[in-house]
Design a protein around this ligand. Sequence first.
Ligand code: IPM
Ligand code: MN
Length: 357
Amino acid sequence: MSGKTLKIASIPGDGTGPEVTAEAMKVLAAVAKLDNIAYEVEPLDWGGDRYLKTGEIIPDGGLDLLRAKDAIFLGAIGHPDVAPGILEKGLLLDLRFKLDQYINLRPVKLLPGVETPLAGRGPADIDFVVVRENTEDLYCGVGGYLKKGTPDEVAVQQAVYTRKGCERCIRWAFEYTQKRNSPKKMLTLVAKTNVLTYGHDLWWRTFQEVAKDYPDVKTDYNHVDACCMWMVKNPDFYDVIVTTNMFGDIITDLGGILQGGMGVAAGGNLNPDAGGVSMFEPMGGSAPKYTGQNVINPIAAINAMAMLLEHSGYPAAGKRIDAAVAQVTGTKMKSQAAGKMGYGTKEVGDLVVAVLS
Ligand code: IPM
Ligand code: MN
């Protein structure tokens, strides 16, 4: 390989995060041997337990530590003793924003042997990718209260859209669609231009303008509500979807269940700019009730590791993992649901390692 060392920061996080991270790391070790990848992993104990002990979420100097890495692996965050929103905002969203990971890439791919709730559909029908803008919209935390706690209370939560923010995301999505080069080669903008007549008008105009630079990519537009119908009725219609942060959050949970649920769905928070550091995570939460029981599905975390390698300059290693995972879901696992896999968490990791080739 290139002679360089792939430097990874690992944040296993809360609940079952450490268990699924361990399996992803096991697969990384095995594929690194096959592909001759030199790598080092720095484990970080950030998450709910540390916060409860120290009151700190991202410790001093933490961001600079991450900026010096090539990639970040995040297991899961969310702790039963920490109020909702604190760790989500203080860790996950903070990292996305401060590291300017402006693309949230979420493949929706039904693997062989994996059950989808859509009757009569198989892997040939469900294979598309959602490119979710990851730094703007309702997620900015812009807003406030007036007369809080009184009967006259007013709460304002504003969606922020910038030309720069939507253009860089839309442009990346066009490039990605071009590279993906599927027979459809189609990018669908998903928004709500009939109601969000300022913010989504900006997205619409920007989409039209940027499209001119990619004449080989077909373009399409869906309102987000219609998209939810079409994703269920005709998932085979889609190739790549580009959408805003909030809508992307919602439709990727729908996509997640189409591909077999949170046991398999993974995503990448990408800062594709030179020197940018990207973060890869299974999409599911920390599932605290399953902690320490060796029942949680590690496939999503292993898929996230494949994405990490693919986007860090090791696409062949990523593909090797993809192929091994497809073999394990297709020929070994009974289900993708926690506790119903026919194997334990560690055994699923071992199965993937055993068929890596
Ligand atoms: C996701 C999650 C997060 C989000 C939460 C945990 C803040 O749902 O990654 O999709 O809303 O982005
Ligand atoms: Mn979500």
